[in-house]
Ligand binder design. Structure first.
Ligand code: ATP
Ligand code: MG
Length: 564
């Protein structure tokens, strides 16, 4: 394409709204524009990249034996009521009514739809296994849309759903998707690690996430320093520390006026956070739940939600509820005499002796408190693993890095097929629920993640596989007929070779064209300037600073080599 005919909307200034590199560059390179919070329009160049990623996804899905499908984005409430998720999805779901006041939503995900398709279309085990996928727009009213299309309210997802007659079948379908994901991210030039994950609100028994390391990622990922164990922190089991066994002392009530936080308590008692146990009070779908962890630990809300049998909304209790549960002002909660529906106690607390807790009385704490003697609760792993703790597989030390999830694969089992009555007839003539899996890739988030991993101070450095164009041909002076003639020739010949090529025939200074080409991230640049007098042009790769002066007719092989 000729740039004089293109909408090129590059920006020199860094837009104020953008905090991370990919977001800044997607705006600066003119790949997208914001419509509303978390809602974007894709400009022509951005759309080309998106289509390239989608093409890779499609090829690998097809190779894995999955079949493409397209569901509607607007979905009737009835389907979601059947699975129980109409209420469960909460505020993240965009809801609407039609003219007859019937409820609909804009699909945040499509398990229900695909389960419905399967129960209507698949009657017999002979039609199994089957994996269907789609590349489609999803809607989620995220609490904090941010970082451009990394976390947006409208985004493109590839979602696939597998249907099998038994668990072994599901294992195979899942492994195929896993393999396809590895290939997809490799082909996109994205370094994505597969990590163990929690099954979250969707539920099920087995799930893994594909994570890209990123300082701005919203997930913490645990990596073993010795083996290949990697897990989302939501999932990684912690190992309780053991204190040396000591004699239990008598409880003492200590006046602690205005001493509420762990930091204040450390100063007041002149000891370390390890001598305290904090009692945090949550509202779990309306139930009031207290969770106790050592003073220096962080509660893992996923583990807590799972322990409560899959809570949907877990949030800190209101001040009012805290006061009701403890009978004291905020900051003095403890296990003894607390009025809650459930008390969860982290395993580590049962290995501690003579610790300090709130007294459930304003201005007081209790010291020398001991689990088992002074209070009981449901023991379990309710805290985050921390840097330097041990790997659950090999016992070596672990490290923790920030990451962003680009893909997720789940073994759902019969969660949806049972609740929605989606059955087939097996070999023995019996009716059985489908064994399902579901598999998502954030296509738009993948695009942003590629930029996070492939950019420099001048702009994006696209991997060839997803670049909007492979080559930009830049005539230095468009008024120079000889230069234009050579540039046209190269442009046309490359086009006939099916190379994605643009020619920057805009009436701009060469410097401006170079800057745009770098910002947009075109992998190869061919500069046609004065050297054509000697039959030469310049060839430059975006990911290198070398400029090669080559004979004009050498250029085609150069380009071809890069594309191969
Ligand atoms: P997150 O924890 O980041 O909210 P999720 O667990 O809600 O992700 P899934 O429901 O598994 O995500 O969706 C599948 C994929 O869709 C994710 O791996 C991610 O790449 C993408 N995705 C999810 N939410 C968003 C969003 N708000 N904006 C862009 N992509 C998203
Ligand atoms: Mg989410």
């Amino acid at each position: 394409m000729k740039m004089s005919n293109m909408l090129v909307s590059t920006l020199r200034e860094v837009p104020a709204e953008a905090e991370i590199e990919s977001h800044k560059l997607m705006l600066r390179a003119g790949l997208m524009r914001k419509m509303a919070a978390g809602i974007y329009n894709y400009m022509p160049l951005g759309l080309k990249v998106l289509r390239n990623i989608e093409q890779i996804v499609k090829e690998e899905m097809d190779n894995a034996g999955a079949q493409e499908f397209l569901a509607s984005a607007m979905l009737p409430a009835e389907l979601w009521q059947e699975s129980g998720r109409w209420d469960a999805y909460g505020a993240e779901m965009f809801r609407l009514k039609d003219r007859n006041s019937r409820d609909f939503c804009l699909g945040p995900t499509h398990e229900e739809v695909f389960t419905d398709i399967a129960r209507n279309e698949i009657k017999s085990y002979k039609q199994l296994p089957l994996t269907l996928y789609q590349i489609q727009t999803k809607y989620r009213d995220e609490r904090r849309p941010r970082f451009g299309v990394m976390r947006s309210r409208e985004f493109i997802m590839k979602d696939a759903y597998s249907f099998d007659k038994d668990q072994e079948g599901l294992d195979l379908s899942y492994d195929k998707m896993h393999e396809a994901y590895v290939k997809i991210f490799n082909r996109c030039g994205l370094d994505a690690k597969c990590v163990e994950a929690d099954s979250g609100a969707i539920g099920g028994s087995n799930s893994a996430e594909f994570m890209v390391k990123s300082e701005v990622g919203e997930d913490d990922v645990v990596f073993c320093t010795a083996c290949d164990y990697a897990a989302n922190i939501e999932k990684a089991p912690s190992t309780p520390e053991k204190e040396q066994v000591t004699e239990l002392k008598e409880i003492e009530k200590v006046e602690t006026p205005n001493v509420r936080t762990i930091d204040e308590l450390i100063k007041f008692f002149n000891t370390t956070a390890k001598k305290f146990v904090k009692t945090l009070i949550y509202n779990a779908d309306g139930k009031i739940v207290a969770v106790m962890v050592r003073g220096d630990r962080e509660v893992n809300e996923t583990k807590v939600a799972n322990a409560l049998g899959g809570v949907i909304e877990l949030e800190m209790a209101s001040a009012e509820d805290v006061v009701k549960a403890t009978g004291a002002a905020i900051g003095f909660a403890g296990p003894i005499g607390i009025k809650v529906d459930e008390l969860l106690v982290d395993n580590e607390v049962s290995n501690m002796y003579n610790f300090i807790v709130g007294a459930n009385e304003t201005g007081y704490h209790l010291s020398n408190v001991n689990y088992g003697r002074d209070f009981d609760g449901k023991l379990g792993d309710y805290r985050n693993i921390t840097e330097g703790e041990i790997c659950p597989h090999c016992g070596a030390k672990i490290t923790i890095s920030r990451g962003t999830e680009v893909g997720h694969i789940f073994k759902l089992g019969t969660k949806y097929s049972e609740s929605m009555n989606a059955n087939f007839i097996d070999e023995k003539g019996e009716s059985k629920p489908f064994i399902m899996g579901c598999y998502g890739i954030g296509v738009t988030r993948t695009m942003a993640s590629i930029i996070e991993q492939h950019h420099d101070e001048n702009g994006i450095v696209w991997p060839i596989s997803v670049a909007p164009y492979h080559v930009s041909v830049i005539p230095v002076n468009i008024k120079d007929e000889a230069q234009m003639k050579v540039a046209e020739e190269i442009y046309n010949k490359l086009k006939s070779m099916h190379v994605e090529v643009i020619m920057d025939d805009r009436n701009e200074r060469a410097g401006v064209k170079f800057k745009d080409s770098d910002l947009i991230g075109i992998p190869m640049r061919i500069t046609v300037g004065k050297k054509i007098a000697e039959g030469q042009i310049e060839f430059k790769l975006r990911n290198s600073s070398d400029i090669e002066v080559i004979n004009i007719d050498e250029v085609y092989n150069k380009v071809k080599n890069q594309l191969d």
